[in-house]
Design a protein around this ligand. Structure first.
Ligand code: UDP
Length: 358
């Protein structure tokens, strides 16, 4: 069975590697990896692939730095050429990026079976490009791999029971990744503190809105008086703060450069609280048993909020500080359930592809 995997961003490589490892264990599987180039990232050098044990892409389309239309269009064209040449049985796409949507469209128009990993997630915010990408990709997928019960429920509510497709709950591939990389993690040199809050912020809804960004940063400054805040700073967020003339030199926050995933895992293991607007980090906080304060107005990972592990605070300065202090006082997160599976999502996905009957 030949599978073309389409990936375009660093997190997608980490997710796809989980399934690649499971495929490598099955001699029936041949995987061809296409990198669209969507996220050009200097951390994605040869070292990234080697130390993360991630297979290198067979094709690199090198499409980046364009608007949504041009980017998605060029990817569609590029991926279609690869599919015509490779003639795979399956195309496998991950998550909610433009690469996901382009891979899905290219496959489906050529009548190649399509599998979507991380299907069924919804923020219910149609202003987010990610929401549009995931809804459209789900709709044309032959098999939808849902990470959670909530994701399955979302699809059922949207009438997927009447659509010719297979919906399966498989757990979350990031749970597999967290377990795999935990043993390989290493602390970034810039962080020596033993007791710190880990913070990331990169979503356009926060960085492109000066009032929101200012509120969040001021809340982090207040918290920094009580507990060190370690903040791997996304280039987009750095650029916006520089534009606001933010005084980095006199800030109490410890800003560090964006870190590799192995370093991120070490930070997650050691921190006392996670504060973020990232989707991935909210789950990773749970994987490493940390409470999380989410600086967004909605989340795809509602089960964490329902359980009280994650607190949605938007950008209200007082609320951010109050919730962080409340959760800090609670200490380590105690959990008994495995909300995202037990780390075998990769194997499950490969078994499903091999046994799929249309
Ligand atoms: N991540 C990382 N280094 C960083 C920031 C994020 O390794 O400096 C990881 C993070 O742990 C997560 C993934 O990248 O697994 C995606 O995070 P990001 O915040 O970029 O995106 P989102 O989850 O919101 O799509």
């Amino acid at each position: 069975m030949k599978i073309v995997t389409v990936v375009g961003a660093r997190p997608q490589f980490i997710k796809a590697a989980v399934v690649s490892r499971a495929m490598a264990a099955r001699s029936e599987c041949e995987e061809i990896i296409v990198h669209t180039g969507q996220h050009f990232d200097e951390n994605m050098s040869d070292v990234f692939f080697e130390e993360m044990a991630i297979p290198k892409p067979h094709y690199n389309l090198n499409i980046n730095g364009l608007g949504h239309g041009a980017m998605t269009g060029q990817m569609l064209e590029g991926i279609e050429k690869v599919l015509l040449k490779e003639q795979p049985d399956w195309v496998l796409v991950y998550g909610d990026t433009n690469s996901t949507l382009a891979g899905a469209l290219a496959a489906k128009k050529l009548h190649i079976k399509l599998a979507h990993v991380e299907a069924g997630l919804r923020s219910f915010n149609m202003d987010m490009p990610e929401e549009i990408n995931r809804i459209l990709t789900d709709r044309i997928s032959d098999i939808l791999f849902c990470p959670t019960d909530q994701a399955v429920e979302n699809l059922n509510r949207e009438g997927y029971g009447n659509i010719a497709c297979k919906i399966v709950k498989c757990g979350d591939v990031m749970q597999d990744a967290a377990l795999f990389y935990a043993a390989k993690s290493r602390m970034p040199e810039a962080v020596v503190a033993d007791h710190f809050i880990l913070c990331t912020l990169h979503r356009a809804e926060n960085t492109d809105d000066t009032t929101r960004l200012k509120n969040i940063i001021e809340a982090l400054e207040v918290l920094s008086q009580k507990c060190q805040v370690v903040f791997p700073l996304h280039p987009r967020t750095r650029a916006k703060l520089e534009k606001m003339n933010y005084d980095f030199e006199h800030s109490a926050i410890l800003f560090i450069n964006p870190v590799g995933y192995l370093e991120m895992v070490a930070l997650l293991k050691k921190c006392v609280l996670v504060m973020t607007d990232s989707g991935g980090l909210q789950k990773e906080a749970y994987f490493f048993r940390k409470y999380c304060v989410t600086m967004r107005d909605e989340t795809e990972w509602v089960e964490l909020v329902e359980k009280g592990y994650n607190s949605l605070v938007g950008s209200d300065q007082k609320k951010i500080v109050a919730e962080a202090e409340r959760l800090l006082a609670k200490g380590a997160l105690q959990v008994s359930e495995a909300l995202y599976g037990s780390g075998d999502a990769g194997t499950f996905i490969v078994n499903q592809l091999l046994s799929f009957e249309a």
